[in-house]
Design a binder for this molecule. Structure first.
Ligand code: PEP
Ligand code: MG
Length: 588
């Protein structure tokens, strides 16, 4: 048994067998005798047939659950690649002419294909090389008799071990039945972590040495609450974690009873609690948890889970379906927030040396106004079907906000000319997630209908600490005095113009921070659906007086640890149930 520590990226406890996701298969050259060439060719044929059979099986599973047939078609293309002469005939030729093992021949054929792809100028076709790589690695694993490592084939109840994972991979794994995740890389507010929380999958990121110490089939415990992974736990440890998991589930059940109670303090101050949504299936769960609206709909996930660009009709249908599941609750659709750690397959976004400081989010929308306009057309049309708002991400100044608004006006004029129903009065908001936007929150508030604070990025940019990078995770401190002051300034800036200010970053959903946020003047919090009952429970047991006292004292302190000591002590004393993770020493 061994305990490794990382970052708590999605709370909860999971136990199960490890399923290690592989990367590039290591192949060594193997010379063969001339009389074994035919045998080697037969091995290749058998592996091709086996691989095709696996893909056909996955295709069948997808056909049963997918509606638009998109992934099914990708699998069809992958199966055709197994018959491609550039792969199969070239590999056969290498076995025959160079008398090498089949694995080496396949690797060389794949490398040759890669060279051709690298020369293609069109980014769309160049990116298709990843498809051939996926098929090729699967073929190699089969040739070498390795355990399957396809995300779609993660055994039910398994725990995924990976170096790194993309947001769409984790969504796929969750749907395939994986119950927990751990990775060497990644951070607490990465979008992969956000999806893990959305799916309720415990996730520990940034676990050093994980890749070298685990193998498929090993028993693991992922303690996402405390950020620990236990390798090969003994019976006593397993019992301990099972008890804690039971305890956490029982508390969640108790708190869900608050579903229909208002989020109101003991002295009558009302707080609006909303849900953050990444995947359509979360909306029903959010309604179940008692959400009052969808405060952040991350529309880019529609782009991340497919290999082509969604059309206006696709996006319109998606937004209308979301409004339907929200059953009359307002949805705040955030426009595309691509780039950084969210790279779609359909378009190539130049990442530059510093992806999160580069062409991401609203900047990419301005760069590809064709994609942006298509999305806006869909959203303004959907707004005529149900209550909606539109939110622009990563706004750094008034000029960007004006540019986004001007494009909205043009899009609405176009929809009018096309005779399509739409709502030109849809409220437009700006996210405050850069220090620049925080400093001029009053100017932004004056020129839009509402503000929404994205603390994940605001903290990343304020403390200059990449939210993806496990080496600087230690700098992530939501209670840092600089963040306290920024939040206060944003609230005052919005109030100056009578605008609503919401918070939709992760900070809004952590029960530890609720009192401070209320004390700073926030009355609208949007969070992962399963956090709603916890946050509501804290609000209902508190008073505005104590919240303001706590925030005002916090604002006088000079270091993040002083603020944390103050806030944690108050919160663990006042809210032992909401902050109890089944192990009494969390605050130490
Ligand atoms: C944020 O930055 O806090 C936010 C809500 O946006 P995202 O996490 O999608 O970047
Ligand atoms: Mg953000």
């Amino acid at each position: 048994m061994e305990r490794l520590t990382g970052v708590s990226a999605s709370p909860g406890i999971a136990t199960g067998m490890a399923h290690v996701l592989g990367s590039r298969v290591e192949v060594h050259e193997r010379r063969i005798a001339s009389d074994t060439v035919d045998g080697e060719l037969r091995r290749l044929d058998a592996a091709l047939a086996h691989t095709d059979g696996q893909l056909a099986r996955i295709q069948q599973q997808i056909a049963e659950r997918e509606h638009d047939g998109h992934q099914y078609r990708i699998l069809e293309a992958h199966r055709l690649m197994l018959q491609d002469e550039h792969l199969v005939e070239v590999a056969r030729g290498i076995i025959r002419d160079q008398q090498t093992g089949a694995e080496w021949a396949v690797r060389k054929a794949l490398d040759q294909i890669q060279v051709v792809f690298d020369r293609i100028e069109d980014p769309y076709f160049r990116d298709r090389s990843s498809d051939i790589a996926v098929v090729g690695e699967r073929l190699l694993r089969n040739l070498m008799g390795m355990v399957e490592t396809d995300p779609d084939e993660a055994p039910q109840g398994s725990i995924i071990v990976a170096h790194d994972l993309s947001p769409s991979e984790i969504a796929q794994l969750g749907r395939a039945g994986a119950v927990g995740v751990c990775s060497d890389a990644g951070g607490r507010t990465s979008h992969t972590a956000i999806v893990a929380r959305a799916l309720g999958m415990p996730y520990v990121a940034g676990v050093e040495g994980l890749g070298h110490k685990t193998w498929s089939g090993m028993r693991l415990v992922v303690d996402g609450t405390r950020g620990e992974v236990i390798l090969d736990p003994d019976d006593a440890a397993l019992n301990h974690y099972r008890e804690r998991a039971d305890h956490q589930r029982a508390r969640a059940r108790r708190l869900t009873a608050l579903r229909d109670a208002p989020a109101e303090t003991k002295d009558g101050v009302r707080v609006h609690l909303a849900a953050n949504i990444e995947l359509m299936e979360e909306i029903a769960a959010a309604v179940e948890m008692g959400t009052e609206s969808v405060g952040l709909f991350r529309t880019e996930f529609l782009y991340l889970e497919r290999s082509d660009l969604p059309t206006e009709e696709d996006q319109y249908a998606h937004a209308v379906a979301a409004l339907k599941s929200a059953a009359g609750r307002t949805i705040t659709f955030r426009t595309l927030d691509l780039g950084g750690d969210k790279m779609p397959a359909a378009v190539r976004i130049p990442s530059g040396q510093n992806p999160s400081l580069g062409l991401r989010s609203i900047r990419y929308s301005f760069h590809r106004t064709d994609i942006f306009r298509t999305q806006l057309r869909a959203l303004f049309r959907a707004a005529s079907v149900g209550p909606s708002r539109i939110l622009f991400p990563l706004i750094s100044g008034v000029a960007e906000l004006r540019m986004a608004r001007a494009i909205c006006q043009e899009v609405c004029a176009e929809l009018r000319r096309d005779g399509l129903a739409h709502d030109p009065n849809t409220p437009l908001g700006a996210m405050v997630e850069t220090p620049s936007a925080a400093m001029i929150a009053d100017l932004l508030a004056e020129e839009c209908d509402f503000l929404s604070i994205g603390t994940n990025d605001l903290i990343q940019y304020s403390l200059a600490a990449d939210r993806e990078n496990e080496h600087v995770g230690y700098l992530y401190h939501p209670l840092h005095p600089s963040i306290m002051r920024s939040l206060r300034q944003i609230v005052l800036g919005a109030a100056r113009h009578g605008r609503e200010v919401a918070m939709c970053g992760d900070m809004a959903g952590d029960p530890l921070f609720v009192l401070v946020l209320m004390g700073l003047g926030l009355r609208n919090l949007s969070m992962a659906p399963r956090q709603i009952p916890l946050v509501k429970s804290v609000i209902r047991a508190s008073t505005l007086g104590e919240a303001e006292k706590l925030a005002n004292t916090a604002l006088t302190l000079r270091t993040e640890s002083e603020v944390e000591d103050l806030v944690y002590n108050v919160m663990y004393d006042r809210f032992p149930i909401e902050l109890d993770d089944g192990q009494s020493d969390r605050k130490d």
